[in-house]
Write a new protein. Structure first.
Length: 231
């Protein structure tokens, strides 16, 4: 099993919480949204920075435990823009994917940090972004298991989203408690896990810190794919 935490830092406000978060929950992979990528360290606890977006005012980053995993290719992707993106330009790259290999077991898989368009956009646009992101992630590996976590900005009509995701061959998982609390009328589940080729155990909402989003903790086991043996 691997332990993945996804956390929207609310304009970098919760960055100071990450070291304790990693240590307390023995995190293997840390997927972040709304980070000041110019102010992120190379290491957090036992995790090393794999990659971060470069074009966003507030970007995405992925850290991984280097004594347990070997990092392969990483890639950021631009997705269809909302009006908010075109006018205020807060984010061009809304998904960052990373190919990892489990050193002990040889299992290959892909993890991704995702941040959908804000609530000013239509759900239809976010559904388009989610399915496009999953299609792009598949290009990082030939049939490897995929786990995409992040801020989906999708508080209502999640049944429609779940149907779209299932039709694409993926499973959508919500956490056990709401993940956004800032505005009374918009509180709910925003931060999800979408997977293919993973056995997902628990998706747990962690206690709130400085962000208006609560982190989620995902325990999952990648299936089937193994790296070829050397020699």
């Amino acid at each position: 099993m691997i332990t993945v935490v996804s956390y929207n830092l609310r304009k970098h406000a919760a960055a100071g919480e990450l070291a304790e978060l990693v240590q307390r929950h023995d995190v293997d992979v840390l997927c972040l949204q709304e980070v000041d990528t110019a102010d992120m360290p190379d290491r957090i606890g036992g995790l090393v920075l794999a990659d971060a977006t470069r074009q966003n005012r507030l970007g995405l980053a992925i850290y991984y435990r280097e004594n347990g995993f070997k990092a392969g290719a990483s890639r950021s992707f631009s997705l269809k823009k909302s009006l908010h993106d075109r006018v205020l330009k807060p984010a061009d790259e809304r998904m960052l994917g990373l190919h990892l290999t489990d050193i002990d077991h040889g299992t290959e898989f892909i993890v991704a940090s995702f941040h959908a368009a804000p609530l000013t956009a239509l759900n239809a646009l976010r559904r388009h972004q989610i399915t496009a992101a999953l299609n792009e992630l598949a290009t990082l590996g030939k049939g490897d298991p995929i786990l995409m976590v992040g801020d989906y900005n999708y508080p209502v009509f999640k049944e429609n989203l779940g149907q779209v995701v299932r039709e694409s061959g993926y499973e959508l998982r919500l956490s056990d408690a709401r993940t956004y609390t800032r505005y009374k009328f918009f509180r709910g589940h925003y931060d999800f896990a979408t997977s293919r080729g993973f056995e997902v155990g628990q998706v747990t909402t962690l206690p709130q810190g400085a962000s208006d989003h609560l982190p989620i903790l995902v325990t999952a086991r990648p299936l089937t794919r193994r790296a070829p043996r050397e020699g």
